[in-house]
Design a protein around this ligand. Structure first.
Ligand SMILES: Nc1ncnc2c1ncn2[C@@H]1O[C@H](COP(=O)(O)OP(=O)(O)OP(=O)(O)O)[C@@H](O)[C@H]1O
Ligand SMILES: Cc1ncc(CO)c(N)n1
Length: 265
């Protein structure tokens, strides 16, 4: 077998399997990439909500990253749920030590059911300790509003927010439009110079659990294989729309998407 590219996820476990580390690893696998992981927290979670959270110590998160990257250097790394500022600091330190490039930050703050996955005090740490070394940040609209400190109501606001976040040193900003109120959704990527926009129709479904995780995991897998940011963005966008369209109809709440989407590798 030809050696596969490696992608690492640093995130929380979703016991229900639709979001978090499980969505990331399934998506990495489906995109032909070998997935490794470091857990920041374990949630007791299903499609109906988060029933409990157990957070790892920053030292143990650092240990996982260190031993994995010493042995299995990642071609791209993504972060999801980071829980608190001490974990963010530990992650930042380890990634700098290992000179991890192609870092994708999905600034997970709240689960779809409303449970908090990041402490408020950690926002500043995310902005100052992870953004300067990141290749791409992928906020949804409520996350972007918190990071920027302004409301975002339309595509013009999304562009302003993207420019603001770019100032922190991240190479590309992807704004996900899943939370827009319109019938028509816009996702966009800002590379510091140009905006790349994708408009698509909202799919009327309850099966949107883990859409953000799945999208950013696909983006990370494409970067790991050597794609540029814009190409990776378009592939991830296609992947998530197909995954929502063909969701397996599981669970009594907001069900997972289809991680078996087949797109050319
Ligand atoms: N109902 C929908 N129809 C079509 N596309 C959608 C829908 N919901 C989300 N998307 C797409 O899914 C991707 C993820 O966006 P979204 O804003 O939902 O992420 P998120 O809120 O971080 O997800 P989560 O918190 O569940 O992981 C984007 O490309 C967005 O356009
Ligand atoms: C562990 C975890 N990470 C991220 C999300 C966001 O979808 C979630 N619901 N659970």
């Amino acid at each position: 077998m030809k050696k596969p590219s490696i992608a690492m996820t640093i995130a929380g476990s979703d016991s229900g399997g639709g979001a978090g580390i499980q969505a990331d690893l399934k998506t990495f696998h489906q995109r032909g990439v070998y997935g490794t992981s470091a857990l920041t927290a374990i949630t007791a979670q299903n499609t109906q909500g988060v029933h409990g959270v157990h957070v790892m110590t920053p030292e143990f998160v650092a240990d996982q990253i260190r031993v994995v990257l010493d042995d299995l250097p990642a071609d791209a790394v993504k972060t999801g749920m980071l829980a608190n500022a001490s974990i963010i600091q530990a992650v930042g330190e380890q990634l700098r030590k290992h000179q991890a490039t192609k870092l994708v930050i999905d600034p997970v703050m709240v689960a779809k059911g409303g449970a908090k996955l990041l402490q408020d005090e950690a926002i500043q740490a995310l902005l100052t300790q992870l953004l300067p070394q990141a290749h791409i940040i992928t906020p949804n609209l409520p996350e972007a509003e918190v990071l920027v400190g302004r409301t975002i109501q339309n595509v013009a606001d999304m562009k302003e927010a993207a420019k603001y976040l770019h100032e922190y040193g991240v190479a590309h900003v992807v704004m996900k439009g899943g939370h827009m109120l319109d019938h028509q959704l816009t996702d966009l990527l800002f590379d510091g110079q140009y905006f790349h926009e994708v408009e698509h129709e909202r799919i009327n479904t309850r099966h949107t659990h883990g859409t953000g995780c799945t999208f950013s995991a696909c983006l990370t897998a494409e970067l790991a294989k050597g794609a540029d940011a814009v190409t990776a963005f378009h592939t991830a966008q296609q992947f998530i729309v197909m995954a929502i369209q063909t969701a397996p109809n599981l669970g009594f709440g907001q069900g997972p998407t289809n991680h078996w989407v087949q797109l050319p590798l």
